[in-house]
Ligand binder design. Sequence first.
Ligand code: BG6
Length: 495
Amino acid sequence: MENQEKPKALIVIFGATGDLAKRKLFPSIYRLYQNGKIGEDFAVVGIGRRSWSNELFHTNVRNSLGDDVSGKEAEAFVSHFYYHPFDVSDSSSYENLGTLLNNLESEYRTEGNRIFYLAMAPQFFGTIANNLKKHNLKSETGWSRLVIEKPFGHDFESAKQLNDQITSAFDENQIYRIDHYLGKEMVKNIEVIRFANGIFEHLWNNRFIANVQITSSESLGVEDRANYYDLSGATRDMVQNHMLQMVTLLAMEPPINLNPEEIRSEKIKILRALRTIDEKNIDDYFVRGQYGPDKMHGRKLRGYQEEAEELQNSDTETYVAGKIMIDNYRWAGVPFYIRTGKRLAEKCTKIVVEFEDIPLNLYQEEQSEKSPNLLVINIQPNEGVTLYLNAKKPGVSSYSEPIKLSYTHEAVNSVNTPEAYEKLLHDCMIGDTTNFSHWDEVSLSWKFVDRILNRWSKEEPDFPNYAAGSMGPEEADNLLKNDGFHWWPVNNEEE
Ligand code: BG6
């Protein structure tokens, strides 16, 4: 990893007229610029099929920054942006791009450092990577890095094919596969909370933890992504990447140091220890769902199949819940429950670690629910940590009641947590691969979810099976009920 105060680079964004560039990439680069994380020695080349002018590109970049950014500051920023119309399969496009990059390199003193960010349809990833190599666009003087957005394949086989294509042009250590959850402040914090606190780490095993629950719920439906989403579904869209990444961070052994290789090797051991579920037993471990119509917040919401014409009769899952078992010494017997879905009651990503209850609570009021200690890691929208303890109910009784100790970032004035993409772009510029997915992680995750998807593909589901605005199908509750547990609420008001 380079130790550069203000890294210098040319950032070439393939798909610069798209949604991701507008919503995430331009604003993130702006924040890096505004916060002094990058200086003046950078330029961004936006690549797209449309024949935009530089002026039109500048207007789009400026608009993406929101109303608060205007005047000289905005002008100075957008002057670093260049648009380059492009046909990904045409050789001359790459040659012209090469000339442009050489010119910008000397103008912006970027020392030959180049980031190629592929934020476009995945079927072009391989072609672009190979053409970049073939036309000598990989830098000879500085470093070259290839950033790849998801989806990285559709299953293990297609992911492997894609990986073979890109690794024939770029080395693994030049490839930065994005999983934007790894850029989230509180996902990064999982490691720190675990490994920097004796009171947790000493108890972080199957003797003291009863189960772990990871929820990533979304209140939005499929929006305008029906084409992509219907081929993907919640398992490919969220479980193969984000959810399994969170599982590995929660379950891994402490790394011997913070080098990307050491952390990765611990994460990979967890993926290798995931219980291989026999296809015939998948229903005991995984539940799928699709939302039907309902009302939420007084609005009438359509079911998934009514969201777009092509979704009629779709059997794509918009929800998945699962019980993941990690068959190693530390975790044998502890279920890691995950659930994620669209059009659920609220937008929230939260981890609940439920500690084993004490054998006998003399202070528990008769018939009251057990209240085991919980550690709740709030990933979004509120970032923070809450610890549930039991303490004496104030007053004359000697009963206990749950109390909570909460910390939220928002409550601390000086904390301004960076957007995930801002962090990831910066990591890429300084050559830190920790928060990107290595091929070994991607391939193991695909192998895990492929078994589930294979089994599901053989049986037509009874969809829709949960109402928009609910927390998913009843079967997902049964997964936990059968083990004597229940989902802890994710209601944001609770924390
Ligand atoms: C993306 C998925 O990777 O993550 C989307 O493709 C999903 O379908 C999104 O909405 C959720 O991300 P976040 O950061 O909003 O939780």
